[in-house]
Ligand binder design. Structure first.
Ligand code: CDP
Length: 227
């Protein structure tokens, strides 16, 4: 069987991560959470108090040995050997990550790393520019959406489950602000690739969502088989 690349883009809490993780487990593909990389850079820059200094953020990215390990449903993130997994999904990082992700030089480094990780085998990658920039020739391209109200509710629940002290109103502002920056930026903005299949998950269960994607993958696999 040849190597398959499944690329998923979409706004915050549209269901990308859940779908990508489950798919990877189901099909034995590697799961690539590209948002975790932008989050790791953001966390490290904030910890060193230079998140507003673009040139320092670029230097940090260019000199960083970043690696991901997907284990037991969690993407473990290591920066120069230090595990930063538990620090990258806080509201503080979430609040800043879209600004860091606007920096072209940061994107160049991370896209290079993402493409290298895909050389080994079949992969499910998710983010904001996967179908448009990172893997424009992916075998399956999905643009995942959900209503903003649903996405805010999902993200609020996630924070509460983790014991983070936030209000629904704060989460709503956070998600909307991030959507706006991610879709409005000059470099690699979030948008639907012309040939991506749009999947609105507002009224779908995870199982229904997965079934739809598996169908898409199956049809690609069938078409790529020698006749
Ligand atoms: O999980 P959620 O959808 O909230 O976010 P994420 O996938 O962890 O991504 C966090 C942020 O990183 C996004 O809001 C983007 O600003 C940025 N990002 C990006 O610019 N390009 C990617 N391929 C992935 C993430």
């Amino acid at each position: 069987m040849s190597k398959i690349v499944v690329a998923i883009d979409g706004p915050a809490a549209s269901g990308k991560s859940t779908a990508a993780k489950e798919l990877a487990a189901l099909l034995g593909y590697t799961y690539l959470d590209t948002g975790a990389m932008y989050r790791a850079i953001t966390f490290l820059a904030q910890r060193s108090s230079f998140a507003d200094d673009e040139s320092k953020v670029i230097k940090l990215t260019q000199n960083l040995d970043l690696s991901l390990r997907f284990e037991n449903g969690v993407t473990r993130v290591f920066a120069n050997g230090e595990e930063v997994t538990d620090f990258i999904r806080t509201p503080e990082v979430s609040n800043k990550v879209s600004e860091i992700s606007r920096i072209a030089e940061v994107r160049i480094e991370l896209v290079r790393l993402q493409r290298n990780l895909a050389k080994k085998g079949s992969i499910v990658a998710e983010g904001r520019d996967i179908t448009t920039v990172v893997f424009p020739n992916a075998d399956v391209k999905i643009y995942m959406t959900a209503s903003v109200e649903t996405r805010v509710e999902r993200r609020y629940k996630e924070f509460i489950e983790k014991g983070v002290d936030v209000t629904m109103d704060e989460v709503s502002k956070l998600v909307r602000k991030r959507d706006q920056i991610d879709s409005g930026r000059e470099v690699s903005p979030l948008m639907k690739a012309e040939d991506a299949v749009e999947l609105d998950t507002t009224c779908l269960t995870v199982e229904q969502e997965l079934n739809k994607i598996v169908e898409l993958i199956k049809s690609v696999e069938q078409n790529s088989r020698p006749k």
